[in-house]
Design a protein around this ligand. Structure first.
Ligand code: SF4
Length: 124
């Protein structure tokens, strides 16, 4: 299996401030109770190690594809952002991407815009 790397990896900021309590509360409202029971990555047809592959690794890209079609992607990402999950792919975002998301949230970007960046209504 060939492995490819993403072209651009922005350097991570040295310090990420904690999210304001109100933002964490907003994130928690996006987490559907029992979401882990519907997780696509819980299927026996996938390997959990894919979610811990290095950024840009082909296996991580496979995991991202699973996340994109996962019925609980928003809950998963909201949980990871609210709790500060330090590693792995959650909701289709790796740890570095979540750092930038947390910074955006800390600076006032709406939760919906972060969870659904391609949605016009979410960014409104
Ligand atoms: S979004 Fe990805 S990591 Fe989260 S539950 Fe679904 S498949 Fe698993």
């Amino acid at each position: 299996m060939t492995r490819r790397r993403r072209a651009v990896q922005l350097p991570l900021p040295l310090e990420v401030p904690p999210l304001p309590a109100a933002v964490r509360a907003d994130l928690r409202t996006e987490v559907v109770p029992g979401w882990t029971g519907r997780a696509a990555c819980a299927s026996r047809s996938v390997d959990p190690d894919w979610w811990h592959a290095p950024a840009g690794d082909e296996l991580q890209e496979v995991a991202r594809g699973v996340c994109q079609s996962c019925p609980v992607r928003r809950s998963c990402l909201a949980h990871a952002l609210a709790t500060g999950e330090p590693e792995g792919l959650w909701g289709g975002a790796d740890e570095g991407e979540r750092v930038w998301m947390r910074l955006a949230l800390a600076e006032g970007t709406r939760v919906a815009a972060v969870l659904d960046p391609t949605s016009r209504t979410a960014a409104a």
